[in-house]
Design a protein around this ligand. Structure first.
Ligand code: BGC
Length: 757
């Protein structure tokens, strides 16, 4: 079908009422069909961790949706740092969407982890915009390969759950561009999702659903988004303003389409604007319909195995003193498995992303299956459903721990601790879980803690426990994946995609999260979130961004950079050798960070610019290649409203984590057309003196000023007066009689006549 031509034919045949109807959903999940013109209805369903298709389009369906494979949540998947894996998962979820008749998946989510307290952090990839954007781009591309659309969410600065429907995120433009918009920009420009979800909140005073700057200028004009914008569910406050701002589809449905038609009739909304929106919407509806494969089926067992493999790729070994893991030899004969999560795992987060799984594995049963009857596995629940430690359960757990060669304690966050709609108010595990770990490690030196949680937690016992495994919310195959890792069948290869802080007080938004009672959320830490903050403030995290261990080791060597200096748009090729120096097959995640030595504006000491996961057999080595281009060196200049790179010196830092830099190289960047500097009457004397024309134009007035203050043109002045003059806005020279107003106007015009060379 020639979709553009069909849309052009359909548009003039639609009545005003039909056009308005198309812009508002029919019910919870579908769009209005226009039967007389053959315009189909499409189905949108939650999909970041699996398809959540309600049984009827008129019901929300949380907990009652059709069974689908539950894959690891986004925070888990991100720990794999594996774009190929995420693409494969995206493809598998899309196949299930095809099989269930879903056209657009509501995901992935690329909000950043501004605070580890964010209630939906489990649904988001990372604190880093590059990692988030690349993984989202991979997911979108995978889904598209199977003819299914995605709705990238939640656009934008929806970083807290508290007051999410009315909160106003106050964010300066540079922070928005470099952090919160950036993952959207990467995913939109790389993979062109069919839809973007406008978030509930306001940004700098305007609701995202009505924000023409975001929806039209940034999304469409700057990034070339050619799909639609869908409101988050119930995010629309005014039926008409969103259409004018570039919002195509208001969800869920309701009886209010008439308002849009009425606005056109009364002249509040132009029909041409409505037509533009409907045209883009029809294009996506027809594209989605044409991509439908009604006969599509999927193999639940194959998808379950993918879910288990994916969960294994995400598991992050945080600590492994004395190589306690994997459990081999003597440690494998008698194991105490402790903690209710070993048998009744938590494997996904609560809220709209909740999938009804096709089946769920637990670590206890999978270990029994893997190890067979020769290994004695004793089990104790250790804690109940509540927070309060239960002495009887603790005693039972202690007894089996004493009798075994090793104790594996399953702990983490219960569903009530982590949910859409609720931010956390502390970073601790439930007291009952912490008490269990304390009890066991006291009697059993070979204690392994397996954590099941979707976001960072604090670990007061970390110094006393020799091995810690972060298993995340790993989806329905997580139990098997944990068993695989514990016995060494899988070498863990995840790394943290978010900083684990030592204390809540160390986190950047500690004083401003989740905002004030009026819903004002000041992103006052600006660019300094996560590792950017910890680096800048020299704060030691519990575990740093990018950290993860393996059952093998890797050595880094021979960092080469094509040239020591690059100019303008030249590309910098970087390569290094990574070698598996251990005894097992494993996967290393190589990270490249950039540090600018003397930035014009404050800049985080380190920014992730590239990463790669490499698989190596024991003794094998590989050259790993990266490229950096001008935008990688750039920052978002708040004056010029543009990405700019300045000439300067940059350190390329390559390492195994943000705090484990193994190799570095220094390069110079030469930019031949630097940021144009516009001088006005409020710019200080020092800045005029640095300007090639400004210093000449200011020479005479400055001499007169010195004379006025110091008595002579050379002007002996006290250090204090020197400092005041240095920083004096040039307009103030008028007040000293050092320049007339008309003379000032003349030199202002002359200094800004052409851009600085
Ligand atoms: C969530 C979205 C979700 C939608 C539909 C909203 O509450 O914020 O992420 O896609 O509901 O379930």
């Amino acid at each position: 079908m020639d979709i553009p031509a069909t849309v052009d034919q359909l548009l003039p045949r639609l009545t005003l009422e039909e056009k308005a109807m198309l812009c508002v959903g029919r019910d919870f999940w579908t769009t209005h069909p226009i039967d007389r013109l053959g315009i189909p209805s499409i189905w949108l369903a939650d999909g970041p961790t699996g398809v959540r298709k309600a049984r009827h389009s008129t019901e929300p369906g949380i907990g009652t949706s059709l069974p689908a494979t539950c894959f690891p949540t986004a925070s888990a998947l991100a720990a794999s740092w594996d774009v190929h894996l995420v693409r494969e998962v995206g493809r598998a979820i899309a196949i299930e969407a095809q099989a269930q008749g879903v056209h657009i998946l509501l995901g992935p989510g690329v909000n950043l982890k501004r605070s580890p307290l964010g209630g939906r952090n489990f649904e988001y990839f990372s604190e880093d915009p590059l990692l988030s954007g690349e993984l989202a781009a991979a997911f979108i591309a995978g889904a598209k390969e199977e003819g299914v659309g995605t709705c990238l969410k939640h656009f934008v600065a929806n970083e807290n759950e508290t007051g999410r429907m009315y909160a106003d995120s106050i964010v300066d433009e540079r922070t928005l561009r470099e952090l919160y918009l950036r993952p959207f920009e990467i995913a939109v420009t790389k993979s062109k999702p069919w839809a973007i979800m406008a978030a509930y909140n306001r940004v700098n005073g305007t609701f995202c659903t009505e924000n023409a700057w975001l929806l039209r200028q940034v999304l469409h004009e700057e990034w070339g988004h050619d799909g639609i914008v869908v409101s988050d569910w119930l995010a629309v406050n005014d039926r008409v303003a969103p259409v004018a701002a570039g919002l195509h589809l208001q969800m869920p449905g309701g009886p209010l389409a008439e308002r849009i038609a009425e606005a056109v009739r009364t002249g509040r909304l132009s029909e041409a604007t409505l037509d533009g929106v409907v045209k883009e919407l029809l294009t996506v509806i027809l594209r989605a319909d044409a991509a439908r494969r009604p006969a599509c089926t999927f193999d639940p067992e194959a998808h379950h195995q993918l879910a288990r493999r994916a969960a294994g790729e995400c598991i992050t070994l945080l600590k492994n003193d004395g190589d306690l893991l994997p459990l081999e030899g003597a440690r494998l004969t008698e194991i105490a498995l402790i903690g209710a999560f070993a048998k009744e795992p938590r494997y996904q987060g609560a809220g709209s992303s909740e999938v009804v799984p096709t089946r769920v594995e637990n670590a206890h049963d999978e270990l029994v299956k893997l190890l067979g009857p020769s290994v004695r596995i004793a089990y104790a629940a250790g804690y109940g459903a509540g927070d309060t430690p239960d002495p009887a359960l603790l005693q039972e757990a202690r007894e089996i721990a004493v009798r075994s060669h090793v104790a594996v304690v399953f702990a983490g966050l219960p569903p009530s601790y982590e949910s859409e709609g609720i931010d956390r108010n502390h970073l601790e595990l439930p007291p009952s879980h912490n008490a269990l770990i304390d009890t066991i490690v006291e009697v059993q030196p070979n204690t392994v803690v397996v954590l099941i949680n979707g976001a960072a937690v604090t670990m007061p016992w970390a110094g006393r426990v020799p091995a810690i495994v972060e298993a995340w919310l790993g989806g329905q195959g997580a139990g098997g994946a944990i068993a695989d890792v514990l016995v060494g069948r899988v070498n863990p290869s995840g790394k943290l995609a978010e900083t684990f802080p030592a204390r809540l007080e160390d986190t950047p938004s500690y004083l401003s999260f989740p905002g004030d009672p009026d819903g004002r959320v000041a992103f006052s830490e600006g660019l300094f979130t996560g590792y950017r903050w910890h680096d800048a403030r020299a704060i030691e995290p519990l575990f740093p961004f990018g950290h993860g261990l393996f059952y093998t080791t890797f050595a880094y060597a021979d960092l080469t950079v094509t040239r020591p200096e690059i100019r303008d748009d030249e590309v910098l090729d970087i390569a290094l050798t990574v070698r598996n120096t251990g005894q097992r097959f494993g996967k290393e995640i190589v990270q490249l960070y950039l540090h600018e030595r003397a930035p014009r504006y404050p800049r985080p000491p380190k920014e992730l610019k590239a990463f790669q996961k490499v698989a190596l057999a024991p003794g094998e080595e590989q050259r790993v290649h990266f490229q950096l281009v001008r935008k990688d060196f750039a920052y978002y200049d708040p004056q010029a409203h543009a990405w700019l790179a300045n000439s300067g010196t940059f350190d390329i830092l390559v390492g195994a984590s943000s705090r484990d830099i193994r190799l570095s190289h220094t390069v110079s960047l030469h930019v031949s057309s630097p940021r144009p500097v516009y001088l006005d009457r409020f710019r200080p004397v020092w800045e005029w003196l640095m300007h090639p024309r400004g210093s000449a134009l200011l020479a005479a007035p400055l001499a007169r000023l010195r004379q006025a203050i110091g008595g002579t043109a050379e002007g002996e002045m006290s250090p204090m007066m020197e400092a005041i003059v240095h920083d004096l806005p040039v307009g103030k020279l008028v007040l000293f009689g050092a320049i007339t107003e008309s003379e000032l106007e003349r030199i202002l015009a002359e200094v800004n006549a052409e851009p600085t060379p």
